[in-house]
Design a binder for this molecule. Structure first.
Ligand SMILES: Nc1ncnc2c1ncn2[C@@H]1O[C@H](COP(=O)(O)OP(=O)(O)OP(=O)(O)O)[C@@H](O)[C@H]1O
Length: 726
């Protein structure tokens, strides 16, 4: 990479031998003759970086939008493509990820975005606006089947249909007509190295007159030698560290090592373990040449880029990076100089599971699919030959699922269902159509769909005909879960938007705000005590964020250090807060608050309430499903807001050990609480918990405790609520 002058863009040479560039003409012809192109070619062959450039070089007026499954990929790939074109990032080549937009409406021709950004822009501007703005939409890594991608595929399919009901064979344009339409219209490309192209092609062909073409391009730039474990590895963290160490000692010093592990905790323990082993075996001098770096989603962008970027030229021959990463480095990204990949064969996956009568959203470590294993392999051999060490046997690999289970089949569907209904509502393309009907590669499973509709109705987002209400329209525009969105709206009528924005921000960040180092545990606990709120965790976290926000930017790091707080998580919370604040200031939101007042008697009561009470009332309005009542006999909590659980949830749950309630010397044990999530560790806990008052529940969750018409026993939740502990 050559830098001309500091003010000028970085320029790198485009590798003209990449297989995708070799097949430019074939790709351009396929694009010209079709509406949808499904492009499958090997990892590292140039799909992500070259295809948009091929299109732009061929037709300079093109405007291309490309989705990436993760922000780190969108940023690094846009940076690379800008450098290949000698452009300033944000000018002809740009990107947009949550909280950051480095692209220009007028000059950007190649714009990389996360699939979440595309979905939000579709929701706010409508797909027809996107169609006017772009000539090409490219959905990359389509095999990942994130919910966002699946919704986008559904939107694209509906939007590409010319008008009215889906075309049949009889009314479909044929011959020249079809070709002309294809030539004039917006093009869609779906890409991956490892996808079920036939299934996607069928999806687009079914009930439409779209011209869909599958194109496979083979060509591997560099060979990757693959080695399997001869027998199963007992502990994947130990196994991964041992493999990294063996590569470091047994293979030449050139080439970095990338190790895939499922989650942040595993990564941090692997790093501790490896450092200990290196200390044991190597001198201080030798250890200096090894740079060990973590890479996971909850890091700041700067930390992530540190792991991904190349070492300075002066260090390349002498230093080796060992990167421990979750699957965020599994697709799209090129980490320069990676020669060795160690694959643990597992990933953390969010799944909604029925447990003891409750649907619980849990993060579980699960075997990856063959497609993911191939993607991990593809991270080596990008800039030279590579080696892959699989910590599982060949037989195990053969038995893995071919593709990952689509996210839509695994997770709670409340957000997805609201987005789909809102897309149909805002689109209003076909008013005669059933607004719940939406083409998707896989349907939302029935149990998840019913649960989602029931919750959305109870939140006031849908009316009895399952049509979007005014409240639902606004909720869909707030970039947060429907539960948080509803709580934010409630704060507009209760006059506590500032504190609720902070609550929403602390609930939205991944990873803990409190640091509890084992060697300074008592000191850390004492420092955290000053933020405690007697109302519980939500308000304790808000106290921390408010104290952080009051510090001058130059004092924030020191403040976090002194109080054992996670600076990274707090700075992300500040970003989230700012972004939500902009959305909530919109005139429609403010006027919703003004036009939905409480009756005068309630207003009088509210005037007496402090800020902490108001925030907890807002939480009731969004998170009523997460209400739990203390059982007198054993002090455990029974989740009563989850109607399916009533009567069947026998064991009760405890408040998570990290809760601020545990920090009070004289333990205050509230009889009714609201929690953010149910988690399974050694047993089931409710985490992030605050106390609430019985009287608030019917007032702020009126629909829910009177839910009708969903096959739900309407008396159950109210009965459970009213049977207070004696
Ligand atoms: N940041 C970078 N530094 C060095 N080389 C790079 C960089 N980004 C891309 N390349 C080169 O360009 C090649 C093509 O990368 P690209 O991401 O376009 O491939 P791809 O087909 O999309 O791969 P995948 O399917 O794995 O996402 C890489 O194999 C590598 O040789």
């Amino acid at each position: 990479m050559k830098r001309k002058r500091t003010s000028e863009p970085v320029v790198v040479k485009r590798d003209t031998s990449l297989p995708i560039l070799q097949k430019s003409n074939e790709i351009l012809s396929a694009l010209a003759a079709n509406d949808v192109l499904i492009l499958v070619s090997d990892t590292g062959s140039g799909k992500t970086t070259q295809l948009p450039q091929i299109i732009l070089d061929n037709a300079p007026n093109s405007s291309i939008l490309i989705t990436q499954p993760r922000r780190v990929a969108a940023i690094t790939v846009a940076t690379r493509v800008a450098a290949e074109r000698g452009a300033t990032l944000g000018d002809t080549v740009g990107y947009a990820v949550r909280f950051e937009n480095k692209s220009s409406r007028t000059s950007t021709r190649i714009r990389y975005v996360t699939d979440g950004v595309l979905l939000r822009e579709t929701l706010t501007d409508g797909f027809s606006a996107l169609k006017r703005r772009y000539s090409h939409l490219i959905i990359d890594e389509v095999h990942e089947r994130s919910v966002n991608t699946d919704i986008v595929l559904g939107v694209v399919k509906e939007a590409l249909e010319p008008s009215g009901s889906p075309a049949t064979k009889q009314n479909a344009p044929t011959g020249l007509g079809a070709l002309l339409r294809s030539k004039l219209e917006f093009k869609v490309v779906l890409m991956s190295a490892t996808t079920d192209a036939e299934k996607i092609a069928q999806f687009f062909r079914n009930g439409t007159s779209l011209n869909v073409k599958q194109l496979g391009i083979s060509g591997i730039m560099h060979k990757v030698n693959t080695m399997f474990a001869t027998e199963p590895v007992a502990d994947y963290v130990d196994g991964a560290v041992e493999a990294a160490l063996q590569v470091h000692t047994g293979y030449s010093n050139s080439g970095h090592i990338l190790v895939f592990l499922p989650g942040q905790e595993d990564i941090m323990s692997a790093i501790g373990l490896l450092k200990g082993k290196l200390r044991h075996r190597f001198s201080k001098e030798q250890r200096r040449s090894v740079i060990i770096l973590p890479l996971f989603a909850a890091q700041s962008p700067v930390e992530q880029l540190r792991a991904i970027s190349d070492l300075p030229e002066s260090m390349r021959a002498t230093h080796r990076k060992i990167i421990f990463s979750t699957n965020i480095a599994e697709t799209s990204v090129t980490i320069p100089g990676i020669t060795y990949v160690v694959d643990s064969g597992v990933a953390k996956v969010r799944t909604l599971v029925p447990q003891n009568g409750l649907y619980t959203d849990v993060l579980r470590v699960q075997p990856i699919s063959q497609a993911q294993a191939e993607q991990r392999k593809g991270r080596a051999g990008r800039t030279g030959p590579g080696y892959l060490f699989r910590l599982y046997t060949q037989d195990h690999f053969n038995k893995l699922e071919k593709y990952p289970i689509p996210e839509i089949l695994r997770i709670d569907a409340t957000s997805t269902q609201l987005q789909i209904i809102a897309l149909k509502h805002f689109g209003r393309r076909r008013p005669e159509q059933n607004h719940l009907r939406f083409s998707m590669l896989n349907k939302i499973p029935r149990h998840a769909r019913e649960r989602a509709l029931e919750t959305l109705y109870a939140l006031g987002a849908l009316d009895k005909n399952m049509k979007l209400t005014e409240t639902g329209e606004l909720m869909a525009r707030i970039p947060a879960s429907p539960m948080l969105a509803r709580s934010l709206l409630e704060s507009l009528r209760l006059g506590c938007i500032d504190s609720m924005l902070s609550t929403a921000a602390v609930l939205s960040v991944e990873g803990s705000i409190f640091l509890r180092p084992s060697n300074k545990l008592e000191q850390a606990k004492a420092a955290h005590r000053r933020f405690l709120s007697p109302c519980g965790d939500h308000l304790t976290l808000v106290n921390v964020l408010h104290a952080y926000l009051q510090r001058a930017p130059t004092r924030k790091t020191e403040f976090c250090k002194d109080h054992f707080l996670n600076h990274r998580t707090l700075s992300v919370a500040e970003d989230v807060r700012n972004q939500l604040s902009v959305v909530m200031q919109h005139g429609d939101m403010v006027s919703w608050g003004l036009t939905h007042p409480f009756p005068p008697a309630v207003m009088e009561e509210l005037e007496e309430s402090g800020m902490e009470d108001l925030v907890r009332r807002c939480l009731v309005s969004g998170f009523f499903r997460n209400i739990a009542r203390r059982r007198n006999e054993d002090g455990k909590y029974v989740p009563i807001g989850n109607v399916k659980a009533v009567g069947s949830f026998e064991q009760g749950v405890d408040v998570h050990p990290s809760s601020s309630f545990r920090a009070f010397r004289q333990r205050k044990i509230p009889s009714l609480v609201i929690y953010d999530e149910l988690v399974w560790t050694t047993k089931m806990y409710i985490r992030t918990v605050c106390s609430i008052e019985h009287a608030w529940v019917p007032l702020h969750s009126s629909n829910y405790f009177k839910v009708r018409n969903f096959g739900v026993d309407e008396t159950a939740p109210s009965a459970a609520l009213n049977s207070r502990p004696g």
